[in-house]
Design a protein around this ligand. Structure first.
Ligand SMILES: Cc1ncc(C[n+]2csc(CCOP(=O)(O)OP(=O)(O)O)c2C)c(N)n1
Ligand SMILES: [Mg+2]
Length: 637
């Protein structure tokens, strides 16, 4: 008989997590480094008790390094959704080699995580979620917060996690945990198909004891692979790239996660192929590299978009080709354009009828660089890309230094940040008009610097993400989240979490009293900015078009414990940003900006459907434009 240890299911979860490590390129690190959460009746006596026991045993051990000691520290957050966002930002910052977990109670605590889970999965970022469930034994049913279904007793709100998770399981007997946790680690460390990993544990099962084989808790090292390309696949790719006259690289997050920036720069220098980037790939090539042409797609630069329109071969590396990247299938306009896609995930590699290279970006770039040796694009094409980029850089300078008044344009705030932040500082954003401006303007020198979540573009991500990024980068870097007034109102209370954890963060709160983003979109598509400003209900019109809502978000931020500085214009913002470089705790720089821009010049389209019939002249006009724009849209086959 093998040796066993008697623990509850929850105690087994915590003990197991403390013993898991990841390894890539010979570097080992603890895989699951902590747990965010909020306790309720569903987890307080199960996972909560286990975390307490783990905390006490760590304290009593006298160990210095909590991670080496197998400890799983607990972080109390204010909303379960934020816990998942923080975990996502943490794993992204740790290049998907280290992750965080989240514990919640049953019912609303569990469902609050659905949005976060979808965000993590959409972004291909690993997070480990432990929502609780009602009793497996069903004796006290229906318990507080249980969703009842007359058709089946075999359902729970946690079933909602199935479509938004890369792995989902429910533990109704303790021993089921063994295969479940092993599979969870497999998916968390899968370089191709990762995302939210969800294990729902009923509240009674969490507290139930079992004799676990001791071997279950031995140190386990999960190798994060670098799948190498099949030689024949690489040869097919090389043949197409060598035949190209106007090739273009689209660098996505896969380059960053594979830590392949150096190789991408080398490949670009050797071949002269221009490199455009996506949100997740920004910084993979430094903006001032001679081959860098900036962002491609709906919010791209004029340089990258001009090259995309005439590219005959597109080499997508680690990109999922979102509609913003392809400008809703319009930006790659050569009728005979061909795609070569390097991706760890066959699903992404196949997109646009591409020649597929299913491989790690670094492994594939190594092979490509060797196989392309001696080959270069024409000098004229190389020069064309350099000239296009130089013209775009002049636009960036104009956007960064507009001197717009009476309120500054937000692009001037971004200019200040871009010029004042160092290569290892982190800028975070996810939703509103900001990601678009940042994508085409931001001059990123490293991938760590640019943390914009634009797969799920979830308002509210920014403040919890700053917490996650800060925990992932202890010391050194300045973590700056740009927060719109709309996004601020989603999850502002996580400032209290950051304050209680003693984290040093900077939040740049852009107040424009509404949705610059959706307002402009609404106006451009004939819907007159309806419902996109924070205004009082007007008794005369019956609409929300009265005075500004009299909230004071700066005072609100201060009430959570932040140090708030109101900035009066750009010069003042620059001064206060610099002065607070080393300020401890949460610093909020509050600045009013112009709701209507001006924004960077748009150079590509985005497909948003417009009403086909309408009583409104504005909508009818927009529909005609929409039909015209759609003519450029196509499948890439
Ligand atoms: C959770 C969530 N709900 C709705 C949206 C749709 N949406 C995108 S941007 C935006 C407005 C954001 O307002 P704000 O943060 O003030 O940024 P601004 O548009 O003013 O730049 C909305 C509602 C979203 N992205 N996320
Ligand atoms: Mg706003």
């Amino acid at each position: 008989m093998s040796e066993t240890i008697r623990l509850t299911t929850a105690q087994a979860i915590v003990k197991f997590l403390g013993a898991q490590w990841s390894e890539r390129d010979g570097v080992e690190q603890r895989l699951v480094t902590g747990m965010f959460g909020i306790f309720g009746h569903g987890n307080v006596c199960g996972v909560g008790q286990a975390l307490l026991q783990d905390q006490i045993s760590f304290e009593e051990s006298g160990a210095q390094d909590p991670l080496a000691a197998g400890h799983v520290p607990y972080y109390l957050i204010r909303n379960e959704q934020s816990g998942v966002h923080a975990a996502t930002a943490y794993a992204r910052t740790r290049n998907r080699l280290q992750v965080m977990s989240v514990t919640t109670s049953i019912g609303p605590g569990a469902t609050n995580m659905i949005t976060g889970a979808a965000l993590a999965t959409t972004n291909r970022i690993p997070v480990l979620l432990f929502p609780s469930d009602q009793f497996a034994n069903r004796i006290p049913d229906p318990v507080l917060q249980q969703l009842e279904s007359p058709q089946t007793l075999d359902t729970a709100v946690t079933d909602c996690f199935r479509p938004v998770s890369r792995f989902f399981d429910r533990i109704s007997r303790p021993e089921q945990l063994i295969p479940s946790l092993l599979n969870a680690m497999r998916v968390l460390t899968d370089p191709a198909d990762t995302g939210a990993v969800t294990i729902a544990v009923p509240q009674d099962v969490q507290a139930e004891a079992y004799d676990w084989p001791l071997a279950f808790f031995r140190k386990r090292v999960w190798h994060v692979g670098r799948p190498v390309p099949e030689p024949a696949a690489l040869a097919r790719a090389v043949e197409i790239i060598r035949s190209a006259k106007r090739p273009l690289v689209v660098a996505g997050g896969g380059v960053v996660y594979a830590d392949a920036s150096a190789l991408l720069r080398e490949f670009a220098s050797a071949t002269g192929i221009p490199v455009a980037d996506t949100h997740a790939g920004k910084g993979a090539i430094n903006w001032d590299h001679p081959s860098s042409v900036g962002a491609v797609g709906s919010t791209g630069s004029s340089a990258a978009n001009a090259l995309a329109r005439s590219a005959d071969v597109v080499l997508g590396i680690g990109t999922r080709y979102s509609d913003f990247t392809t400008a809703s299938h319009t930006i790659f306009a050569d009728p005979d354009v061909r795609f070569v896609n390097i991706n760890t995930l066959g699903f992404d590699a196949m997109k646009h009828g591409a020649t597929m290279v299913v491989a790690d970006a670094r492994a594939a770039l190594e092979g490509l660089t060797a196989a392309m040796s001696g080959w270069q694009v024409d000098a004229a094409y190389r020069q064309e890309a350099i000239d296009l980029d130089a013209a775009w850089q002049r636009e960036v300078d104009a956007c960064y230094h507009r001197d717009h008044g009476p309120l500054p344009a937000q692009t001037e705030v971004f200019g200040a940040l871009n010029e004042l932040m160092g290569p290892q500082d982190v800028v975070i954003n996810a939703a509103g008009s900001m990601p678009g401006d940042l994508q085409c303007l931001w001059r990123a020198t490293t991938p760590v610097q640019y943390h914009v979540e634009y797969a799920f573009s979830c308002m509210g991500y920014e403040i919890p993400a700053a917490i996650g990024a800060r925990l992932a980068l202890p010391g050194g870097n300045r973590v700056v989240a740009i927060v719109g007034d709309g996004t601020y109102q989603m999850l502002p209370m996580e400032i209290a979490t950051a304050v209680s954890e003693g984290l040093d963060l900077t939040l740049v709160l852009l107040q424009n009293h509404g949705f610059a983003s959706i307002g402009a979109l609404s106006e451009s598509r004939g819907s007159q900015r309806f419902g996109t400003k924070y205004r009082m209900r007007n008794a005369a019109t019956g609409r929300l078009d009265g005075a500004d809502v009299p909230f004071d978000l700066a005072a609100n931020a201060a009430s959570w414990g932040a140090n708030v500085l109101r900035c009066n214009g750009i010069a003042d913002f620059r001064a206060k940003f610099t002065e607070t470089a080393d300020s401890p705790g949460v610093t909020v720089l509050y600045i009013e900006t112009d709701l209507t821009g001006p924004n960077p010049p748009g150079t590509a389209w985005w497909d948003v459907p417009v009403a086909q019939v309408s009583d409104l002249e504005s909508t009818r006009t927009a529909y005609i434009e929409h039909v015209e724009a759609k003519k450029a849209q196509r499948f890439y086959l």
